[in-house]
Design a protein around this ligand. Structure first.
Ligand code: FAD
Ligand code: NAI
Length: 480
């Protein structure tokens, strides 16, 4: 007889494992089906985020940032270090240890909360019956009152650059390069391209980024994108906009990339490694049988409403397989919302208030709409901007590049967006997220007391600047 659960989650990434834990906390009998195995054949939880995404990439970014500081920045503070070396295998194994600790930690949380882990690949059939195929090919069936689909995403591949064992790599391969390549090519100047380019550039790689679009970081506020382009170029990153890779030829341990720029000029360049980072696509291979009742949209995402309900009653989908940004925190929040709904609670999430961060140095972070989007919508806005160059704490830290830009509705003063490039942007943005979530005005932020000296004061000053009353930059308006 097949096992039956109140909730079966397919996929144990940050969407699925969080949904499973919350469902179990709410007293629902819960199972999570996961197919990811490690090199020892054991099932691992955490999905893309913990295994090959957010966490390992940030581990490498942190290691290489410390290396860069020691090598190039400490002397400003009077610290001499001698010849600073990076042992790449140690850096990689530290990253692997963190990944292992975290994935084991999730397995521990499953045990503590009473979530049943079912190893294997799940396929949803009619009447919410899930067929699980184990690694050895054995199949079993489980029945669910409710199903949460959370199978995530995989990298997009492009025909001119088919992946190879160790020269043309996707984002997973990019996390495990054994030594810094002398010449590194990257296809795609998006989030992964810039983060991984930063990692290896700090270790000495000459980095060339091929970006198909004419504009840089099209999803970011134009001021942030412009400043980022300038700073990354200064760091040595060669970002070629409007450039399409037309072919690659691998010869031994090298790859020659041919490309065409916007003017139609062809060129070729040889690299030791090439990373392909041109986006990710929803992963639904073998997930749904024809009679599951669940539909996909034209781009292959599982079709859901605002509360992640699919067309089939009792079946939900969350995270990267559904519309919206492909971000771990979006997946997790959806997971909690859906578990709450299944348990009979009222729940919804605010899709207008999801922060984005790019962990280059300086970091970029934003929430809400860009100035360009708001203007295109005809919204009358006021903008307050404060440069870190005028922040005492930023000066003390020798981190003065960038700014905080706060956008508020000109009429109601409600905060509509915040866009940051600068030190600790990933932390400062949380304050703007809270302000927006609480429906704050820029005046609310201007009237809030911020600790001095702190980088967060730049947000305070940006809020003051929205009314022309910043203290530490020249004022535009006379205070009434
Ligand atoms: P996933 O994490 O992809 O998990 C899906 C899980 O489902 C996987 O474990 C998979 O094995 C399993 N699965 C799939 N199909 C089946 C099946 N049929 N049966 C059983 N199991 C199945 N986001 C951020 O917010 N911040 C970051 O800093 C960040 N950095 C990133 C860096 C990189 C290099 C990459 C690639 C991504 C990064 N992301 C980041 C994005 C983030 O990893 C994803 O948005 C997030 O993991 C999506 O979570 P998910 O649960 O929807 O899917
Ligand atoms: P992306 O969508 O961020 O960037 C892909 C880039 O490749 C785009 O700029 C696109 O114009 C370009 N491109 C597409 N096809 C191309 C081609 N043929 N030639 C040259 N350029 C081409 O996707 P990316 O970087 O692969 O990351 C995938 C997703 O993972 C992100 O969208 C994000 O949601 C998530 N992620 C989040 C991170 C974070 O939160 N810090 C870090 C890394 C990934």
């Amino acid at each position: 007889m097949s096992q039956e659960f109140d909730v079966v989650v397919i996929g144990g990434g940050p969407g699925g494992y969080v949904a499973a834990i919350r469902a179990a906390q709410l007293g629902l009998s819960t199972a999570c089906v996961e197919k990811w195995t490690n090199d020892k054949g054991a099932t691992v939880l955490g999905g893309t985020c913990l295994n090959v995404g957010c966490i390992p990439s940030k581990a490498l970014l942190d290691s290489t940032h410390k290396f860069h500081d020691a090598k190039d920045e400490f002397s400003v503070h009077g610290i001499s270090t001698g010849d600073v070396q990076m042992d790449v295998p140690t850096m990689i194994s530290r990253k692997d240890k963190i990944v292992n600790n975290l994935t084991m930690g999730v397995a521990g949380l499953f045990k503590a909360n009473g979530v049943t882990l079912i190893s294997g690949k799940g396929k949803l059939g009619a009447d919410k019956v899930i067929t699980v195929t184990a690694n050895d090919g054995a199949t079993s069936e489980i029945k669910a009152k409710n199903v949460i689909l959370a199978s995530g995403s995989v990298p997009v591949n492009i025909p001119p650059a088919p992946l190879t064992e160790d020269v043309i790599l996707d984002n997973e391969g990019a996390l495990n390069i054994a030594e810094a390549p002398k010449r590194l090519g990257i296809i795609g100047g998006g989030v992964i391209g810039l983060e991984m380019g930063t990692v290896w550039q700090r270790l000495g790689s000459e980095v060339v980024v091929y970006e198909a679009m004419d504009s840089f970081l099209a999803m970011a506020d134009k001021d942030v994108a412009k400043e980022a382009g300038k700073l990354l170029k200064k760091q040595g990153m060669d970002i070629r906009l409007g450039t399409l890779v037309t072919g690659t030829e691998v010869s031994g341990k090298e790859v020659t990339v041919t490309s065409k720029n916007g003017a139609g000029e062809e060129s070729s360049q040889t690299f030791d490694k090439l990373i392909v980072a041109v986006g990710r696509k929803p992963y639904t291979d073998g997930l749904l049988s024809e009679d599951s009742g669940v539909g996909l949209d034209e781009r292959g995402f599982v079709h859901v409403d605002e509360q992640c309900r699919t067309e089939a009653p009792g079946i939900y989908a969350i995270g990267d397989i559904t519309r919206g940004p492909m971000l771990a925190h979006k997946a997790s929040e959806e997971g909690m919302m859906v578990a709450d709904i299944i348990a009979g609670h009222k729940a919804q999430m605010n899709y207008d208030c999801i922060p984005s961060v790019i962990y280059t140095h300086p970091e970029m972070a934003w929430v809400g709409k860009t100035e360009q989007d708001l203007k295109a919508e005809g919204v009358d806005v006021k903008v307050g901007k404060f440069p870190f160059a005028a922040s005492g704490r930023a000066m003390a830290a020798n981190e003065t590049a960038g700014f905080v830009k706060l956008i508020a509705d000109a009429e109601t003063d409600r905060v509509l967006g915040c866009h940051i490039i600068g030190p600790q942007a990933s932390e400062i943005i949380a304050q703007a997220v809270i302000a927006m979530e609480f429906g704050s005005s820029s005046e609310d932020l201007a009237l809030t007391v911020f600790a001095h000296p702190s980088l967060s004061e730049a947000l305070h000053e940006a809020a003051l600047a929205a009314d022309g009353h910043a203290i530490h930059v020249a004022n535009r308006k006379k205070r009434k």
